[in-house]
Design a protein around this ligand. Structure first.
Ligand SMILES: [Zn+2]
Length: 317
């Protein structure tokens, strides 16, 4: 294979998802404007800048004549650019997608498929799942950044069941009690089975069911806020409720670990690991901005399965 050539300047794609930061306040907007020599539209959300070869937002070689040459074309004609090991393992295409995110509003909880599931999805619905790769991802915080990531441990979930009555009302007292009585001797399988049941109930509840409970929880927390300091998770639930009133995400946030990253800190998310990027850090009023690297992005598709816990919640990209 030929040796890598000189660095090439890319012209990148932008995604204007509605959760992005508006106008020039968005790092994504500023980067994109510099990169494309275009004006920033003040009221437009600029959510993600993409560098890569994904068909929904490919990068082009900036200095090429019209029409600009796609990065994918450059790579496929010069596989040496990837290096031998990468080309051998991943084939003649860029094996990752690099993104910069400017998040104004929390994103939906999602999980990316593992290799096996990605393959099946790509084979059955290639128009939606455009490649067969698994999509682990890593996010590096540029500003303070908050995320929900992975299911909480058994003990923390027991605390949730004891302290969030609306959650119990939704999943039912029977399963809640079963889970509260799980102990170390029961083994992972039994714990997982009950957990799956609880989570499936949560995610398949009807809007009528959960919107009543979300309002009920909000009223309860607002009242309790006057007599005690709410926990971080409770405060988060109230913030999420403001952004997404009556959304199931408000209740399901109790199911996930809440992590706060300082600039420069990173979060790795393996395949199937449920996660959601959140928004404005209330203490600093900064927005959440991060660089993120994963394999191709994004349609809001959920897949529910009773059998595998992480797969019970899949927004597959
Ligand atoms: Zn993701």
């Amino acid at each position: 294979m030929e040796p890598p050539s000189k660095p090439r300047r890319l012209r990148c794609s932008v995604q204007n998802y509605d959760w992005g930061i508006l106008g020039a306040g968005s790092t994504v907007a500023r980067l994109y404007s510099k990169n494309s020599a275009s004006e920033i539209v003040p009221d437009k959300p600029y959510a993600e800048l993409w560098m890569g070869t994904h068909p929904s937002g490919p990068s082009f070689i900036a200095e090429e004549a019209e029409p600009p040459k796609p990065l994918k074309g450059l790579v496929s004609e010069n596989p040496g650019l990837l290096g031998e090991k990468v080309a051998e393992r991943w084939g003649i295409d860029l094996p990752f997608l690099f993104k910069v995110l400017s998040v104004a509003k929390a994103l939906s909880i999602q999980a990316h498929p593992d290799k096996e599931l990605a393959k099946v999805l790509h084979e059955t619905r290639p128009e939606v799942y455009k490649d067969s790769n698994h999509k682990p991802e890593m996010a590096v915080a540029i500003t303070e950044f908050e995320a929900l990531c992975g299911f909480v441990g058994v003990e923390e979930l027991k605390t949730v069941l004891n302290s969030v009555p609306e959650f119990v009302e939704l999943i039912g007292h029977e399963d809640a009690n079963k889970f509260l009585h799980v102990n170390e001797d029961d083994g992972d399988d039994k714990t997982k089975t009950i957990l799956q049941k609880i989570f499936t109930k949560l995610m398949s509840a009807s809007k009528d069911e959960y919107s009543v409970l979300v309002s009920k929880m909000k009223a309860r927390l607002d009242a309790e806020n006057k007599v005690r300091t709410l926990t971080e998770k409770e405060q988060l639930a109230l913030r999420l409720e403001k952004m997404y009133p009556s959304d199931i995400g408000v209740l399901s946030s109790f199911f996930f670990n809440y992590v706060k990253l300082k600039p420069g800190e990173a979060l790795y998310l393996g395949a199937n690991e449920p996660h959601a990027y959140l928004s404005v850090t209330p203490a600093t009023n900064d927005f959440n901005e991060a660089c993120k690297c994963n394999l191709p992005h994004k349609t809001k598709q959920w897949r529910r399965s009773e059998k595998q816990l992480p797969d019970s919640l899949l927004h597959v990209e």
